[in-house]
Design a protein around this ligand. Structure first.
Ligand code: B12
Ligand code: SF4
Length: 324
């Protein structure tokens, strides 16, 4: 394993990651993992929709060694963001605004980015030799799920999410690509078995096969990534979701007793906490801007949120008409 590993082992790095607030940490080799090849096919099938940045970075995404040429390992972290609130599928009220739980608290790019930089700074101080490294939280041209699986942090489920056997899938992934020849972990093995609850529960049929998601039909894409109007044919599928969607994870048996985080960073902001559509629609631009500050929901800005709220209210109204 060479000199580096003798001075700073994988176990040292994992212990430090835990001390910094990460819930799990594993190490994958920077190798040509077979799953990486699927990305191109996925793009060619048009499943990325208007997410042009995925097309632009396709070459780099094919292998982390296109990002850090000297890369030998990828240190992957998982952070639980699940908090103590019911799942959207448990709520029968169509006038309640549904927001994906990853977005309830502070922006993970900021919070985890800072923790990851601290881990990297510690590694640099600890290592007797200089090394190349890049740290990313969702932002880099990296197929994070593939490396997470090869770092032993869980398998890629039929809903395409990484499912950790003890933590479930309510986890943020983040990684440090580095040139250190660290000891690596064994990849996680698929434990979905014959279960297909996620595929069956998806309101828009976006999971077109096990592990294959067509973004253009996914409510997460429609409410967060898509600019302009949500196509009329998808309005019904959006239901009462005003930002993201968690259904395919909520029905997953591995999330039935998923641990919850007490980290203040992920606790729901009062502006989004069990709020109804009418209240949300009535918030002024200033109120929304204040709630969006430092939140991952700033991605759509108030304007995008209002677009989604309008579709959800239309759906709530048509449910009321049918019921009445
Ligand atoms: C683009 C993107 C999206 C798109 C597309 C999602 C998708 N499933 O592909 C949209 C906007 C829809 C989206 C939604 C969400 N996202 Co997102 N997203 C990303 C992003 C930036 C890239 C993912 C990507 O490249 N997708 C394209 C597919 C092809 O690649 P992939 O997901 O890496 O899948 C690989 C494997 O699945 C493998 N594979 C697996 N099974 C199979 C089966 C076959 C047959 C084959 C051939 C290959 C194969 O092939 C792929 C690699 O080539 C990542 C961050 C990153 N840089 O990786 C976050 C990320 C995947 N998202 C994340 C989250 C939290 C979400 C949401 C839960 C948010 C929400 N609640 O609304 C939803 C979940 C929806 C879902 N079921 O996936 C987390 C997932 C954490 C986890 N536990 O897995 C990530 C990792 C961000 C992070 N750092 O934490 N997202
Ligand atoms: S996030 Fe929602 S719409 Fe997207 S695949 Fe999962 S259940 Fe379907």
């Amino acid at each position: 394993m060479g000199d580096y590993a003798a001075r700073m082992t994988s176990a040292d790095i994992k212990a430090r990651a835990r001390a910094l607030g990460f819930d799990a940490c594993g190490i994958a080799p920077a190798a040509a993992h077979p799953e990486l090849a699927f990305f191109r096919e996925w793009l060619d099938r048009g499943y990325a929709g208007e997410m042009a940045y995925l097309q632009r970075s396709a070459d780099r995404r094919a292998d982390v060694r296109n990002v850090v040429p000297t890369a030998r390992t990828v240190i992957v972290t998982a952070t639980v963001y699940n908090t103590n609130r019911p799942y959207s599928v448990e709520c029968a009220d169509p006038s309640r605004a549904q927001i994906a739980r990853y977005a309830w608290g502070d922006d993970y790019h900021d919070v985890i980015g800072e923790r990851l930089e601290r881990l990297l700074a510690w590694m640099r101080a600890r290592s007797s030799e200089p090394f190349d490294a890049r740290a990313y939280v969702d932002t880099g041209p990296v197929q994070e799920r593939v490396y997470a699986q090869h770092a032993g942090l869980g398998w890629i489920g039929k809903n395409t999410c990484v499912i950790h056997p003890a933590l479930g899938s309510w986890i943020f992934l983040a990684e440090i690509i580095c040139s250190l020849p660290l000891e690596v972990d064994a990849p996680s093995l698929d434990q979905c078995g014959t279960c297909a609850l996620c595929i069956e529960a998806c309101p828009t049929g976006a999971i077109v096969g096990p592990g294959v998601l067509d973004s253009t039909r996914c409510v997460s894409y429609l409410t967060i990534e898509l600019r302009g109007d949500i196509p009329a044919e998808h309005h019904g599928g959006v239901g009462s979701h005003v930002y993201g969607c968690d259904i395919c994870q909520e029905v997953c048996p591995w999330n039935a007793t998923a641990p919850r985080s007490a980290d203040p960073a992920w606790q729901p902001r009062p502006a989004w906490d069990r709020v109804d559509l009418l209240t949300l629609a009535g918030r002024t631009d200033d109120e929304l801007a204040a709630a969006l500050r430092g939140s991952p929901m700033r991605r759509t800005k108030a304007q995008g949120l209002r677009r989604n709220i309008a579709v959800a209210r239309e759906n709530a109204q048509s449910t009321a008409d049918t019921d009445g």
